[in-house]
Write a protein that binds this ligand. Structure first.
Ligand code: TLP
Length: 344
């Protein structure tokens, strides 16, 4: 059976053209710093964000964790929104590998404000952890792909400068924020000290994320990546897919956003289903089925039998993510399956 796969934008398969780019890639040993394709991808990414340097890493989790480890000491404190991926879905690596203490803020649709963060920044005191990092997630996965407003990022940047903190951006889906708002990537690059951005979510590459920042940081991050087992060899074959993704798959993200909106609006009309339409800002739709009295696991099972895949996202919620392997017709078919399961 061909499934309509809305589990995540990570499920995309490399296109024919991307596979050709992979096959044609020039390679070297990247741990020796001589893979020309990786070097091209790193230079290109740094330039896109208006920053000095970038580093290719295997995953978004490694991207975030390499950043956090590189800029902190064990016992330092990190402030982030309570739904953040680094807090909920990265296997507590920040605690286990970097010894970081989390202080989480309950935001609204994934957005926390500088005013909320300010009182949490601890004064230097021999008894207290040292507040070191503020981490922002844009777009915010758990909140449903919401966009972190640029003005608030700016306010957090200013607070960080005032208090001597570093700002990390989990930009796994920063491309979606960029396309939805028209805000240049260089603006995001300007407001964060360290960034982790993914090639294997909306952009359709099979593997890979990029760490971005200044020269000194990226040099040190290269050491951290090696420490975490992420030093790779003839990885130009994968970097070529990343270059292809950056060159071809950013501009089209609006299609995914339009499809997500179509799904969200139509599904919200079904009895027993609630979608917070204000949170549908990019390619993620979170569907609350609490009112239907149905169990998520039972509903997902019924979907699967009819050819639709989605994931559980909390006790009563289902997440659907649109991406480049999902067409408008697929979305229409997915809606039909929702209707069959909930209306019969
Ligand atoms: N998110 C995955 C799952 O881990 C939940 C998904 O399907 O959405 N930051 C953010 C904001 C992410 O959403 C993800 C992946 C990551 C980091 C980690 O990336 P990977 O999976 O490449 O380690």
């Amino acid at each position: 059976m061909r499934y309509i796969d809305l589990r995540s934008d990570t499920v995309t398969k490399p296109s024919e053209e991307m596979r050709r780019a992979i096959a044609d890639a020039e390679v070297g040993d990247d741990v020796f710093n001589d893979d020309p394709t990786v070097m091209r991808l790193e230079k290109m990414t740094a330039e896109m964000f208006g920053r000095e340097a970038a580093l290719f890493v295997p995953s978004g989790t490694m991207g975030n964790q390499v950043c956090l480890k590189t800029i902190s000491h064990p016992g330092d404190e990190i402030i982030c929104e309570e739904g953040a991926h680094i807090f909920n879905y990265e296997v507590a690596t920040a605690a286990a590998f970097s010894g970081l203490l989390f202080h989480v803020v309950k935001g609204v649709r994934g957005v926390m404000t500088a005013a909320e963060i300010r009182p949490l920044v601890r004064p230097l005191d021999i008894h207290s952890p040292r507040t070191r990092i503020v981490a922002i997630e844009n777009t915010h996965n758990r909140a449903g792909g919401t966009i972190f407003p640029l003005e608030e990022m700016e306010a957090i940047r200013n607070l960080a400068d005032e208090k001597g903190l570093l700002v990390h951006l989990d930009g796994a889906r920063i491309w979606n924020a960029h396309i939805a708002t028209g805000i240049p990537l260089t603006e995001y690059g300007r407001l964060a000290d360290t960034l982790s951005v993914c090639l294997s979510k909306g952009l359709g590459a099979p593997i890979g994320s990029m760490v971005v920042g200044n020269f000194e940081f990226v040099q040190e991050a290269r050491r951290t990546r090696k420490m975490f087992g992420g030093g790779m060899r003839q990885v130009g074959i994968i970097a070529a897919a990343g270059i292809y993704a950056l060159e071809n798959n950013i501009k089209r993200l609006n299609e995914d956003h339009d499809n997500a909106w179509y799904l969200a609006e139509t599904l919200s009309e079904i009895d027993g289903i609630y979608v917070d339409l204000d949170s549908v800002q990019t390619n993620i739709v979170v569907i609350d089925i609490a009112q239907s009295g149905r169990q998520v696991s039972e509903v997902l099972g019924a979907f699967k039998e009819k050819g639709l895949l989605a994931v559980q996202f909390g006790a009563t919620k289902i997440r659907c993510v649109t991406h480049l392997d999902v067409t408008r017709e697929d979305c229409a078919d997915a809606i039909k399956i929702f209707q069959e399961v909930f209306e019969h």
